[in-house]
Design a protein around this ligand. Structure first.
Ligand SMILES: Cc1cc2nc3c(=O)[nH]c(=O)nc-3n(C[C@H](O)[C@H](O)[C@H](O)COP(=O)(O)OP(=O)(O)OC[C@H]3O[C@@H](n4cnc5c(N)ncnc54)[C@H](O)[C@@H]3O)c2cc1C
Length: 389
């Protein structure tokens, strides 16, 4: 295990992408699960606060220590096994999302969650229940977590397989790996039905495993993750459409989302992301070919099944109806072109992070959920607020 005791050696472990800074006494880079378990037991015995950190790309300060010690999972980074037949992969928590994606895609398999920050770790993705660009079709990380191995703050070890242990209403008895048991209640609040990341996940009669997904490291250290995979899609259409008015951008978004809901359409997007004028202005220096007079843009992706022409015909029709800039649509059909589009999207978050850092500000970023019909109204409120600043 690597131990960093001098602040000058661990300065970079004291902040995350939210630009929140903290303090701690020591940083431990555990190289085995056993080392991590010993550390946690010792800290528990001596009442020392523990913060878990991985790639520190988080946007909420969750990996930033306020005191005590920091345990980094970056050395717990092995891909343990791949079961190609059952499409399951088992990894240590510090494996990077990019490494997992490359590994499974080389075997024609696919891991759908994609928070776009590919330097983030799988443990971090599980602990934040990361969603991202493909959530529209595939949902968040939670949907792919089949098994977790966790060391609780007491040092007790727990293995949870999806489908094996359920709460009874809001109460449950957890059995640890040493067969000891603990009765635990979960909060009995009603969670919103839309995508959200607030608070502990708690539903009556839910699977135990769901409590630990999205818990931001507050309930224990995840030491092993088994994830579900799917077949690698054969062909993907990716495109960015530009609009000269916000109204048109939103009517396009609404119409295309409606199409995805009804069965008779060939449109079945896996992602749809909106960029407002301010976001596009941030990108103009890196992407000078953004068309002039653009007020909004939408990035969409769809997996194709020998239906490229029908999908494109339908899309072009909706673009035209909503006055999209049909002269300047960006298309990507191969992996390299798609990567450029992904970079386009990812660059906005990076640019905002740079501005925040340069101004010495903190940024706690969350995804807000609003009903479809209210999105445009909410954007108007944000824009008015922006103008009064
Ligand atoms: C540019 C950018 C774009 C992003 N876009 C999206 C997006 O579109 N959608 C989205 O959902 N997210 C997005 N994110 C956030 C992303 O999901 C998180 O940054 C990432 O999941 C955190 O992983 P990490 O390895 O960096 O974890 P860290 O930042 O190191 O830690 C994050 C949290 O997880 C906990 N944790 C880490 N590892 C473990 C473990 N093994 N056991 C228990 N707890 C652990 C930490 O204590 C902390 O609370 C984006 C981030 C960036 C920087």
């Amino acid at each position: 295990m690597i131990i960093k005791t001098d602040k000058s050696e661990f300065e970079n472990y004291l902040s995350d992408a939210a630009n929140i800074y903290g303090i701690c006494e020591k940083v431990f880079l555990a190289e085995t699960k056993e080392e991590a378990a010993t550390l946690i037991k010792e800290a528990n015995k001596n009442k020392i606060q523990i913060t878990i950190s991985a790639s520190r790309t988080g946007l909420t300060g969750g990996s930033v220590p306020e005191n005590g010690i920091l345990i980094s999972t970056e050395k717990l980074n092995k891909i343990i096994s791949l079961d190609e037949t059952n499409k399951l992969i088992e990894v240590e928590p510090g494996v990077l999302l990019s490494d997992l994606q490359n590994y499974v895609e080389a075997k024609n398999l696919f891991y759908p969650p994609d928070p776009t920050e590919t330097n983030s770790s799988i443990g971090g993705n599980v602990a934040t229940n990361a969603s991202g660009s493909r959530t529209f079709k595939y949902g968040p990380t939670r949907n792919y977590v089949e098994e977790l191995e966790i060391i609780l703050p007491t040092g007790k070890e727990l293995t949870l397989k999806r489908g094996e242990n359920y709460f009874s209403d809001f109460d449950g008895i957890i059995t640890f790996n040493d067969n000891s048991q603990l009765k635990i209640p979960i909060p009995n609040y009603i969670m919103p039905s839309v995508k959200h990341a607030a608070g502990y996940y708690a539903k009556p009669n839910m699977d135990f495993i769901d409590l630990f997904i999205g818990a931001e490291g507050t309930l224990g250290l995840i030491t092993k993750v088994k994830l579900k995979l799917i077949d690698l899609p054969k062909q993907i259409l990716s495109m960015i459409v530009f609009f000269e008015s916000e109204e048109n951008t939103f009517s396009f978004v609404n119409e295309i989302k409606q199409k995805c809901k009804i069965g008779e359409s060939k449109i079945d997007l896996r992602e749809i992301e909106f960029f407002d004028e301010n976001s596009l202005n941030l990108l103009k220096s890196d992407f000078p070919n953004i068309p002039l007079y653009t007020k909004g843009a939408v990035w969409i992706e769809q997996e194709l099944e020998n239906n490229e022409e029908e999908v494109l015909d339908e899309l072009i029709e909706i673009i035209n109806i909503n006055n999209g800039n049909s002269e300047n649509i960006w298309f990507a059909l191969d992996e390299n072109e798609r990567k450029k589009m992904k970079l386009f999207r990812h660059s906005i978050a990076l640019k905002v992070n740079d501005i925040i850092s340069a101004r010495g500000l903190k940024k706690v970023r969350t995804d807000n959920a609003v009903p479809d019909e209210k999105i445009y109204g909410v954007l108007q409120i944000y824009l008015q607020f922006n103008q009064t600043k």
